[in-house]
Design a protein around this ligand. Structure first.
Ligand code: DGY
Length: 324
C-alpha cells in the first residue's frame, strides 16, 4: 500500500490535493526530525515529500526499503544523495522555475541593502541617533546603478538577476558559466569571463551556482584577496560555497567592502564572527524563495510530482529521470 510521508509543514492545500486524488498521506507538522527519527518515520514509505533540512542520505534511504520517490520542496537538492537514490531506483523531483523571480528579487534586495547600508540605517533610526542631517552620515553607502555586477553561474536565477541589473540598473554584467550563453548575451549584453577575471572586475559578486564538490569553498581568502577592496559579495545559493571563516577574516581586514548572505555554511548556524559584525554585513535566514505565492507554488509542484508519479504519469520536474 502506498504510503506518502510529508516530513514538515508545507502549505496545507498541497496535501489536500493528495486527498482529492484519493492518495493517503501522513503529514508531520512538528519540528524537523532528527536523522534517527526520519529513518523511523519513513520506514514504510513509498514517497517522501521533504525539505532541505531533511538529509536524505544513502543510510536514510536504506531504512526505507519501499521508497520510490523523493519529492523535494526546493530547487536545490544537495540534501539528497542523488547517486545513491539513482542506484536504488528512487526518483527524485525538485521545484525549479516557480521560485526563479522571487529568489532573484531577494538577491537584488541584498545587493541594494548592503550597498546602501539599510540595516545600519534602520538600527541608527531605532536607536534615536538621527539628531541632525549630515552630508556624509555614518552609514554612507555606495552606488549600485551603473556599477559592475559579476554573476557566478548564469542559470535561471542568475539570468533573472542579470536582467534586473542590466535593464533596471544599467549595470555592466559579467558572468561565469561552464559554457557561454549567447542568447542571454544578445538579450542583456552580459559578458562571459573566466572566473579569475570576474573577481577583480566586479563591484558586486552574486553567487548562483548549485552546491557541488566543485563549488564547495569556491570563495576563500584567495578569492577575497583578488576582489576589489570595496566590492560586496552576495550569496543566495548555498552557504558552503563561501568558506565562512575566510569571509569573516576578509571583512575584518577590510579586504572587501561587504557581504550579504541568505545561506550559511553550517545552516542554521552562522559563524560567530559574522554575528559580531555590525557593519557592511546583511544576513537573512534562507528566505530567497519565501513569499507566500512562491512557497505555495513550490509545495503544490512537489505534490503534483507525487500525484503524477503515483498515477503513472511522467513526473513534471525529475532530477534523475534515468531511473524511470
Ligand atoms: C531552494 O529551493 O533550493 C531554496 O534554497 C529553498 O527555497
Amino acid at each position: 500500500m502506498t504510503k506518502v510521508v510529508i516530513t514538515q509543514s508545507i502549505y496545507d492545500q498541497a496535501p489536500q490535493l493528495l486527498a482529492e486524488a484519493g492518495i493517503p498521506y501522513f503529514y508531520h507538522q512538528g519540528d524537523t526530525w532528527s536523522p534517527a527519527e526520519l529513518k523511523e518515520q519513513i520506514r514504510e514509505a513509498t514517497v517522501v515529500v521533504c525539505l532541505l533540512a531533511d538529509k536524505m542520505t544513502a543510510e536514510v534511504m536504506d531504512a526505507a526499503p519501499h521508497l520510490k520517490l523523493i519529492a523535494n520542496v526546493a530547487v536545490g537538492y544537495d540534501n539528497i544523495d542523488i547517486p545513491a537514490a539513482t542506484e536504488r531506483g528512487i526518483l527524485v523531483t525538485n521545484t525549479p522555475d516557480v521560485l526563479t523571480e522571487t529568489t532573484a528579487d531577494l538577491a537584488f534586495a541584498l545587493i541594494l541593502a548592503v550597498a546602501r547600508r539599510i540595516p545600519e540605517a534602520d538600527a541608527y533610526m531605532r536607536a534615536g541617533k538621527y539628531t541632525r542631517f549630515a552630508l556624509f552620515p555614518d552609514m554612507i553607502g555606495t552606488d549600485v546603478y551603473g556599477k559592475t555586477l559579476g554573476i557566478v553561474g548564469l542559470g535561471r536565477i542568475g539570468t533573472a538577476v542579470a536582467r534586473r541589473a542590466a535593464l533596471g540598473f544599467n549595470m555592466k554584467v559579467l558572468y561565469t558559466a561552464d559554457s557561454p550563453k549567447p542568447d542571454v548575451e544578445r538579450e542583456l549584453g552580459v559578458i562571459h569571463v573566466p572566473f579569475p577575471d570576474l573577481l577583480p572586475e566586479s563591484d558586486f559578486i552574486s553567487i548562483h551556482v548549485p552546491l557541488s564538490p566543485r563549488t564547495r569553498h569556491l570563495f576563500t581568502m584567495n578569492e577575497f584577496r583578488q576582489m576589489r577592496g570595496n566590492a560586496c559579495i552576495i550569496n543566495t545559493a548555498r552557504g558552503p560555497i563561501i568558506k565562512e571563516a575566510d569571509l569573516v577574516e576578509a571583512l575584518q581586514k577590510g579586504l572587501i567592502g561587504g557581504a550579504a548572505l541568505d545561506v550559511f555554511e553550517e545552516e542554521p548556524q552562522m559563524h560567530p564572527g559574522l554575528a559580531d559584525m555590525k557593519d557592511r554585513l546583511v544576513v537573512t535566514p534562507h528566505v530567497g524563495s519565501a513569499t507566500i505565492q512562491t512557497r505555495q507554488k513550490m509545495a503544490t509542484l512537489a505534490v503534483q510530482n507525487v500525484i503524477a508519479f503515483l498515477t503513472g504519469q511522467p513526473p513534471l520536474t525529475p532530477v534523475n529521470p534515468q531511473v524511470l
